[in-house]
Design a protein around this ligand. Structure first.
Ligand code: GLY
Length: 350
């Protein structure tokens, strides 16, 4: 798989112009959702060569990352003259880059696409790495392909439209990257002032964070081995996220990942001797910044059930990525039901 280049822009219009120029596309299709259509599209349209391009708008929200929206996009492309030499520009968060990448890379066996990530969460995770897809029959990203964007552009000015909760949701994936990378990066993210975010400092951290992901994806683009490190926090995290939707207390993805990381570091502690002081540091940080997820012991079984259905599992066993220390990754770990329940106890105690 070829690799796309991710760029944090200093001059977004200049970089966009350059990225489009390289493709020499026959026609251009910009995919937006209700939000980015209103707030980000006018910025992109400052670029003269985009003025006559086609704009597709789909409803925002992960619940719309589905086959119906994909059909709408394919229909539009088909009825409006798109060819294999056309270019799609996905202007949005993870939902838009996932479904845009999927529809582009399957239309006429594949047209090229550029991701312009407008959220911190999308920038640090979904936009880079070539995973595309849609949700299907209640399962997240059940249908999809690996197909990298030609270029990934990040304009941090778009982040200024995000509220604090959405910024924190993205920052959680940066914490994950630091944990799997090194003590130095871990200290850097822990030092960052989340109350008064300095966007210039954030850009520096983000650049390093994306670099961590890119290096891992380069080694293992199809997630046969080390890319599984990027799943830290996601086995428990996806179960918390699903339960939060089922119980009408919907949690943002990054919050669920933060809660999941605490459980998985506790599991790392009891199974692999991950240092207790770092575990407690994450617990304190999580409680201060992300609060906690409320659940009771009668829900342990439901959470366990959700974890057994996670598509990261290879066989009947639940698959975890754990750490023996900061930056020391152990993929393909398993745990007993008792150990998992012990993690829930640890999570819920004060
Ligand atoms: N979101 C994790 C990955 O791209 O592998």
């Amino acid at each position: 798989m070829n690799h796309s280049v991710t760029k944090i822009c200093e001059d977004f219009i200049f970089d966009l112009n350059l990225a489009i120029g390289k493709q020499a596309a026959e026609s251009i299709y910009i995919l937006t959702d209700d939000n980015t259509h209103e707030f980000c599209l006018p910025v992109a349209l400052q670029l003269e060569k985009l003025k006559g391009s086609h704009v597709i708008c789909i409803p925002s929200g992960d619940e719309n990352k589905n086959i119906e929206s994909a059909v709408e996009i394919w229909k539009y492309l088909s009825e409006n003259g798109a060819t294999r030499k056309s270019l799609m520009i996905n202007l949005g968060g993870g939902m838009i880059t996932d479904i845009g990448g999927f529809t582009a890379s399957t239309f006429k066996r594949g047209m090229r696409y550029i991701n312009v990530s407008t959220t911190l969460l999308g920038a640090v995770d979904a936009a880079t790495g070539g995973k595309t897809g849609i949700n299907f029959m209640g399962l997240k990203n059940e249908i999809g392909v690996f197909a990298p964007a030609e270029t990934v552009l990040i304009n941090t000015d778009f982040f200024k439209t995000l509220n604090q909760a959405n910024l924190l949701s993205g920052f959680s994936e940066m914490v994950k990257h630091a944990l799997i990378d090194s003590k130095e990066e871990w200290e850097n993210v822990m030092k960052f002032d989340l109350e008064k975010m300095d966007f210039n400092e954030l850009k520096v951290l983000l650049n390093k964070s994306i670099g961590i992901k890119e290096r891992i994806v380069e080694q293992d683009p199809y997630e046969a081995n080390i890319r599984k490190a990027l799943n830290l926090g996601h086995t428990f995290g996806h179960a918390f996220e699903s339960l939060s939707y089922k119980t009408n207390q919907p949690a943002l993805h990054g919050y669920a990942v933060m809660w999941g990381m605490l459980c998985e570091l506790y599991l790392s502690h009891i199974k692999l001797n991950f240092p207790k002081e770092e575990l407690l540091r994450l617990k304190y940080f999580m409680k201060e910044q992300y609060g906690t997820f409320e659940f009771h012991c009668q829900q342990y079984e439901a959470l366990f059930e959700l974890m057994t259905h996670d598509k990261k599992n290879d066989s009947k066993e639940i698959n975890f990525t754990l750490l023996t220390d900061i930056g020391e990754i152990r993929i393909n770990q398993t745990a007993t039901k008792d150990e998992i329940f012990e993690c829930f106890d640890f999570f819920r105690e004060g």
